[in-house]
Design a protein around this ligand. Structure first.
Ligand SMILES: Cc1cc2nc3c(=O)[nH]c(=O)nc-3n(C[C@H](O)[C@H](O)[C@H](O)COP(=O)(O)O)c2cc1C
Length: 217
């Protein structure tokens, strides 16, 4: 049985990012995978501290993160998984700080400082990243949000073997727009989008989860 792990980089456990990750895991389960959803905001951890134990010649932590905290068992489970799916809202043009700290700890130990930027990850597994953002597609492009998204896809692909990206734009941010100062948003349009387009994003997440669990069969 395949194991697929999803990592939620949103503080919210039942909103856009978490919902899409849940759909992806449902897709993986539909083809027989065992799944797990980890909420990063439940964990106490830090990003990379530049200790470089993971790069120390003949070091006992070579190729592994030496920092011990709540991320340690999660990183171990990812190393044993058959696929993983990350999810994060875009905060100020990038993934959340928690997701970025997680990525530092996940990716850097496997990255070899050689000319080829080779990887110490011992197998090739499918990975994916689901990004959610309040901006619509054209504003996101105009503001350059696609840059960090493509870079993350490139890095995950190089280290783990392959990576897919799913982007959900123009998400619903509040339960009731009337309660918040947000004159730049059109609440009726946001509600329509959530009703008509978000379900399609969920369907794509479901299909993505299926693909992740079926890869390499
Ligand atoms: C601190 C903060 C910063 C944000 N920055 C951006 C941004 O730069 N671009 C954008 O399109 N949306 C931005 N958003 C909106 C979120 O990306 C969007 O609502 C996302 O879907 C929220 O995910 P969630 O529902 O899983 O929490 C921001 C939201 C917050 C709270």
């Amino acid at each position: 049985m395949k194991t697929v792990i999803a990592i939620n980089g949103s503080a919210r456990k039942s909103w856009n990012t978490a919902t899409l990750l849940e759909y992806a895991l449902k897709g993986a389960e539909a083809v027989g995978a065992k799944t797990e959803l980890v909420h990063l905001y439940d964990l106490d951890y830090k990003g990379c501290t530049s200790c470089f134990s993971c790069k120390l010649k003949d070091g006992k932590s070579y190729g592994k993160c030496a920092t011990k905290d709540d991320l340690t068992p999660v990183l171990e489970r990812i190393a044993g998984a058959d696929a993983f799916i990350l999810g994060s809202p875009v905060y100020i043009g990038m993934a959340t700080g928690e997701m970025r700290s997680f990525l530092e700890r996940l990716v850097f130990p496997y990255l070899v400082y050689d000319r080829e930027h080779s990887t110490l990850f011992p197998k090739k597994i499918p990975t994916a990243f689901i990004h959610t953002m309040g901006a619509d597609e054209s504003s996101a492009k105009a503001m350059g949000f696609d840059g960090p998204i493509r870079l993350t896809e490139l890095v995950l692909g190089r280290i783990f073997g392959s990576s897919e990206t799913l982007v959900a734009t123009d998400t619903l941010q509040f339960d009731d727009y009337a309660k918040y100062v947000s004159s730049g948003h059109n609440p009726a349009e946001k509600a329509r989008r959530h009703r008509e387009v978000f379900p399609e994003d969920c369907r794509m997440a479901y299909d993505l989860g299926m693909r992740m669990a079926q890869a390499g069969r």
